[in-house]
Design a protein around this ligand. Structure first.
Ligand SMILES: Cc1cc2nc3c(=O)[nH]c(=O)nc-3n(C[C@H](O)[C@H](O)[C@H](O)COP(=O)(O)OP(=O)(O)OC[C@H]3O[C@@H](n4cnc5c(N)ncnc54)[C@H](O)[C@@H]3O)c2cc1C
Length: 387
């Protein structure tokens, strides 16, 4: 029989994170959003709970869980605060995971324990001004000189790159070129770990974003940045293939986050529709409002099934690229659609920033853009269909 029932362990984790989200994260979410301040205290507590180490083995300071556990935690956090959820998502799936997947034993021993315990954060620097959806457009370069990589270039929109506890950013850079059989030039893109504070590595002023205001996002400049040759992560020239794998997995995590956002909008709308009185009755007793919320719940449910399926395939060692793309697509759209509908249910209050639905309205748009736009997901799905 097909089953989407959670195991006892996964259910317990989900319940614990849900309680933490409601009791610790939610009460300070509006404040951090308004102040555009990074929630250090919350992140510290998440570290103590082991959330940053969920999918990593205990020998590297992790909890010995799996990627689905991370996804469940993200869903519960994002219900109440997408900024906190993306800090965890980017810290684990983009920051620490490349080191776990592609690092040497020495690199793992050196960097993973702090990242897995949440006392340090890592960023993943892929996007550039001319390399977003078309990530092969990378212009940042790295050349070897006297046993060191000398890196030059810039990055855009890098999450977790400038906090007080950021220990490193892994950047993609062109480390050489070769000629394809048809005469075209192939760039060798590699990934290199750049520790925070390395001379020439500048974390520029934080963006003034529409949403995710309590998460940390900066442009980066790399001017003759020198790091040891052994900071190369994975084989030279394998960076492109490696980050595509990281992004495939990351889409499951983002889909889970988006599912949480979609569900948070439902929860808020149900509560408000049961309380708010207009024309002598609660607004939820109007079928148009009730149906709107029923549709929102259906979107959240479908998004959840989609990411559960992609995660199950991933954990079973089956191909999951297309399922992850579909999950990211439907969940991102569910979050945005639900945020729009929830603000409608709230009327004028939905337009006031301190209300959670207003925050979801601003936060959710990026879920149709980050870690591959909806169009990029559609390209992957269409390609699978032979189109
Ligand atoms: C808050 C935030 C956090 C981020 N965090 C990170 C991070 O930690 N690390 C990182 O590396 N990046 C990060 N990003 C970057 C993000 O992943 C990119 O913005 C995203 O991949 C889109 O790239 P782009 O902005 O260059 O848009 P573009 O690629 O320029 O796309 C612009 C539009 O054109 C569409 N488009 C492009 N090509 C096609 C095509 N062939 N067919 C149809 N439509 C197309 C796109 O779908 C989109 O609608 C972050 C961005 C933000 C805003």
């Amino acid at each position: 029989m097909p089953s989407f029932e959670l195991s006892e362990e996964h259910q317990a984790l989900s319940d614990t994170v849900r309680e933490f989200a409601d009791e610790v994260v939610a009460p300070v979410a509006a404040l951090h959003d308004a102040e555009h301040s990074f929630p250090y205290k919350v992140v510290e507590q998440m570290g103590e709970m082991g959330l940053f180490g969920l999918p990593f083995p205990e020998e590297y300071g992790g909890m010995g869980g799996d990627y689905f556990a991370l996804a469940l935690a993200l869903e519960q956090l994002a219900r109440v605060d997408q900024s906190v959820a993306i800090t965890l998502e980017a810290g684990v799936s983009l920051g620490a995971m490349p080191i776990y997947r592609f690092g040497t034993e020495e690199q793992k021993q050196k960097w993973l324990p702090g990242l897995a315990q949440g006392t340090a954060l890592a960023g993943f620097g892929l996007t550039e001004s001319e390399a977003g959806s078309d990530a092969g457009g990378t212009k940042t370069t790295a050349r070897l000189d006297g046993g060191q990589w000398v890196i030059n270039g810039s990055k855009e929109f890098i999450t977790n790159s400038g906090t007080e506890i950021t220990s490193l950013v892994t950047v993609t850079a062109v480390t050489g070129t070769s000629e394809n059989p048809d005469g075209s030039i192939r760039k060798h893109i590699s990934t290199i770990v750049v520790p925070s504070g390395t001379p020439g590595f500048t974390v520029e002023k934080a963006y003034n974003k529409v949403g995710w205001n309590a998460s940390d996002t900066h442009p980066l400049t790399l001017a003759d940045v020198r790091v040891p040759q052994e900071n190369l992560l994975g084989a030279e020239g394998r960076g492109f293939a490696n980050f595509l794998q990281i992004l495939d997995e990351g889409r499951i995590a983002i889909a889970a986050l988006a599912t949480g956002a979609a569900q948070g909008c439902v929860d808020e709308a149900v509560r408000y529709a049961g309380e708010r009185v207009a024309f002598g009755t609660t607004i939820g007793s109007n079928q148009s409002i009730a149906f709107k919320i029923a549709r929102m719940q259906t979107r959240a449910h479908n998004a959840r099934l989609a990411y559960y399926d992609a995660a199950a395939r991933m954990l079973a060692g089956k191909p999951f690229k297309v399922q992850a793309a579909m999950a990211k697509l439907v969940a991102g759209e569910a979050a945005m659609d639900n945020a729009r509908d929830a603000t409608q249910v709230f009327g004028g209050y939905g337009f006031i920033n301190e209300f959670p639905v207003a925050r979801h309205y601003r936060d959710s748009k990026i879920l149709e853009v980050g870690e591959g736009t909806s169009e990029v997901q559609l390209m992957l799905i269409a390609r699978e269909l032979g189109l």
